[in-house]
Design a protein around this ligand. Structure first.
Ligand code: FAD
Ligand code: PYC
Length: 414
């Protein structure tokens, strides 16, 4: 390789990086696509990727009203785990976690998957019983988790005060292969892979209406014009109710802002992820050294994609009891994202009353971890009309009372 070509490679790498982080230019939409996905968050992009990779459907557009990953995918606290209670949940979340293990190689894009281990602290007898039950269920499902003692908690995370005055640590549900990944890289990696397959990722393109004829989808109206399709996937998280209304049906979904904040960077002090659901806070340390902290959802339904002051106080106050060393940390930023909540805290991956129109939503406070598995299942559902991973997550379960209750595993108070 000559000196010049080394520079050319470096220049190309830089251009590529910039392209995917800032100046990505959206192609003009075609008149028609074999499939359209609404929403370029992780779930929409992963759906498109597996439509192409697993089912050979590549004449696909992903339409995004804002920018790539600008919704919850770029706002979440990146916790990945599969320690759910019910069999259908364990199946889809564990499929997802296992796809994360090799996602960087698969996409040829470093998503910084870090299986550092996730622990959910038990700080009441009720939680001890609940988490032991989950550990037993996980053993039957083939998901590697265990219930560990307070002493083991301290060994794994020395900064935890296990003898707190109000809520001592009584044990924890530990998943050693749980962890984190870089959220925006997940969106960028899937988007680049979709684009490499010839798909169109089109930003600043809001879908304003769903067009139908005789109960069947025929296309969408967008801020960039009319586009025809006979297969439509709605994957818009906190705006699912709004989009469903535009398609002419209703969803059992509530939208609410979920809060998070991040501290100034400090030296490495914690190399696991800890969730403390009784006091309600969770924390991990980013590669830059910031403490990434999550709080609860706002106490009222809303579409306000922004932080709220009282959550900083509540969340930090709760966490200081369990992590006294953070008491003098300065907080740098806070934000919120609009999550889509179902009554049983499980997702919806489903056909809809409009033929050819499919919906993927209801991941609520916990869908980042599910992106690869959800995309895999949604693509199968759209391509073949059914998917074993999605079978129990249809809309009909709300009518038939077949709920998949995951209110404990959801992990976040709401
Ligand atoms: P999004 O990323 O929100 O993407 C939907 C996209 O649709 C958006 O980009 C939006 O602009 C677009 N859109 C909406 N309407 C239209 C329209 N009409 N036309 C075109 N585009 C449209 N999950 C975890 O597993 N672990 C965590 O630690 C975690 N922490 C969280 C912390 C916070 C603060 C928040 C807010 C969420 C957290 N979550 C977590 C949940 C997780 O972020 C979401 O479940 C997941 O990101 C949802 O992804 P998505 O692709 O469905 O949605
Ligand atoms: O689902 O693990 C999770 C989670 C953590 C914080 C928000 N959601």
């Amino acid at each position: 390789m000559t000196r010049y070509s080394v520079f050319a490679v470096a220049r190309e790498a830089l251009r590529h990086h910039r392209g995917w982080t800032r100046g990505w230019e959206s192609p003009a939409p075609r008149a028609a696509y074999d499939a359209i996905i609404v929403g370029a968050g992780g779930h929409g992009l992963a759906t498109a990727y597996y439509l192409g990779k697993n089912h050979g459907i590549r004449n696909v557009a992903i339409l995004e009203k804002g920018w790539l990953g600008g919704g919850n995918t770029g706002r979440n606290t990146t916790i990945i785990r599969s320690n759910y209670l019910q069999d259908p949940s364990a199946a889809i979340y564990e499929k997802s976690r296992s796809l994360y293990e090799t996602l960087s190689q698969d996409l040829n894009y470093n998503v910084m998957f870090s299986p550092r281990g996730v622990m959910m602290l038990a700080q009441t007898e009720h939680e001890v019983r609940g988490y032991k039950r989950t550990a037993h269920a996980n053993a039957l499902q083939g998901v590697a988790t265990e219930f560990i003692t307070p002493e083991r908690v301290k060994e794994l995370c020395p900064i935890i005060e296990i003898r707190g005055p109000r809520y001592p640590v009584l044990g924890a549900l530990w998943q050693p292969r749980g962890g984190t990944a870089r959220h925006d890289a997940v969106a960028w990696g899937y988007a680049r892979a979709c684009s490499d397959m010839g798909m169109h990722v089109i930003q600043n393109c809001e879908v304003t209406a769903v067009r139908t004829e005789n109960g069947r989808v025929t296309g969408v109206s967008t801020t960039k014009g009319e586009i025809a399709t006979r297969k439509l996937g709605i994957v818009v998280a906190g705006h699912s109710g709004v989009m469903a209304e535009r398609a002419g049906f209703r969803l059992p979904i509530e939208s609410v802002a979920l809060q998070a904040l991040v501290s100034e960077p400090i030296k490495p002090c914690m190399d696991v992820v800890v969730m403390a659901n009784t006091v309600h806070g969770y924390m991990s340390q980013s590669d830059k050294g910031e403490m990434v902290i999550g709080g609860g959802a706002d106490g009222y339904n809303n579409y306000n994609q922004r932080g709220s002051f009282h959550h900083i106080e509540e969340t930090v106050r709760a966490l200081i009891e369990t992590f006294p060393i953070i008491s003098r940390l300065k907080m740098l930023r806070q934000w919120g994202g609009i999550v889509d909540m179902t009554g049983d805290r499980s997702p919806i991956l489903s056909k809809t009353p409009v033929e050819g129109c499919f919906i993927n939503c209801g991941w609520g406070t916990g869908g980042f971890k599910a992106i690869p598995g959800s995309g895999w299942a949604m693509a199968e559902l759209m391509a073949r009309g059914e998917s074993p991973l999605a079978a129990e997550f249809g809309l009909d379960r709300f009518r038939e009372g077949r709920f998949v209750d995951e209110s404990v595993a959801a992990g976040v108070a709401h």
